[in-house]
Design a protein around this ligand. Structure first.
Ligand code: SF4
Length: 316
């Protein structure tokens, strides 16, 4: 991995005491685990619009698709102040070169999904998005985003971290000349990773790259990134990973002994049955990639999409 990845984050997740009750919501994995690879850009919308710590708690009220941000006890409406600030702040954030954002779950300002919205009569539903999080997602629809609650799910955690590393690779590609040849090389390295998420996007992106010369540079980059990020957002299931593992096995069939072949088949079957995590067949395949110096597989990010120390594939 090259430079640290720049990620936005809700400030309270880093342990900053900015919450309405004067506390924080430190997330140890984010600060101490993922944090080794990340330059965090903290944002606390409620403090940045000038509210004190501690302060009155707020909640979303009204229609889930266009709620108001209202204080719970005194009914003060901060929607317009927050929206105006967010528009300006997002302009600054655009300059930050972010590869994603980790939001604080359930917050009426920062929550990205399933935030409580109260009807005028006080009945809650879990269909809201925090005012700042909504503005962020609308402005940067392709940037990977998650909240710390969802990141406790191993599959969602792996998915998000994979996407931020791919996004960083994409930014590096853009910083280079970004020629068609480099786009083809980028695509080639990510092929199996894409296939592990979506066969449909694998096909779309393959066609796009094959026809690259028919497009203007800006168009092909825009379309490629859109389909890439849409595809990677889809969860890589056991069935999809098994398909990729079997595809990789095909590269060695003629070179393995009968015993080695049987061991590899059984390892993939054990993964498919849920007896062992993904890291087990991947490790065995990496062994053969090294042993036979297989050129195509050697370049595949699928084999190492994020640092091994994060142990993300030990749990999926
Ligand atoms: S959830 Fe958002 S607004 Fe609330 S304290 Fe954390 S960063 Fe600030």
């Amino acid at each position: 991995m090259n430079e640290k990845i720049r990620l936005g984050i809700s400030s309270c997740l880093l342990g900053e005491k900015v919450r309405y009750d004067g506390g924080h919501k430190l997330d140890h994995f984010l600060r101490d685990g993922l944090g080794k690879y990340v330059d965090w850009v903290p944002v606390c919308p409620e403090v940045e619009i000038g509210l004190p710590v501690p302060r009155e708690a707020m909640r979303l009220v009204g229609l889930p698709e266009a709620p108001r941000l209202i204080t719970v006890r005194t009914g003060k409406d901060y929607t317009d102040r927050m929206s105006k600030w967010a528009a300006k702040r997002l302009e600054e954030i655009e300059e930050e070169d972010l590869c994603g954002f980790v939001f604080k779950s359930r917050s009426p300002s920062s929550g990205m999904k399933a935030v409580k919205v109260y009807s005028e009569s006080g009945v809650p539903s879990n269909k809201g998005t925090g005012i700042f999080a909504r503005a962020f997602i609308e402005r940067f629809p392709l940037l990977p985003v998650e909240d710390e609650g969802r990141l406790n799910d191993p599959a969602l955690r792996e998915n998000f971290i994979e996407r931020i590393f791919v996004y960083q690779q994409w930014k590096e590609f853009l910083k280079s000349a970004g020629s068609i040849a480099q786009l083809i090389a980028f695509h080639t390295r990510h092929k199996l990773l894409i296939l592990s998420h979506s066969a449909k996007h694998y096909t779309i992106l393959g066609r796009l790259v094959a026809d690259a010369k028919k497009y203007k540079t800006d168009e092909i980059r825009r379309d490629y990134l859109k389909h890439l990020m849409e595809g990677l957002r889809l969860t890589a299931t056991i069935r999809k990973h098994t398909n990729v593992l079997q595809h990789m096995m095909g590269y060695f069939k003629a070179r393995l002994t009968a015993d080695e072949k049987q061991e590899l088949i059984e390892t993939i079957e054990n993964y498919h049955a849920g007896f062992v995590p993904l890291i087990v067949p991947i490790t065995l395949l990496m062994h053969y990639v090294r042993k036979f110096d297989e050129p195509y597989l050697k370049g595949q990010y699928y084999l190492k999409p994020h640092p091994a120390e994060l142990m993300l594939r030990n749990h999926v």
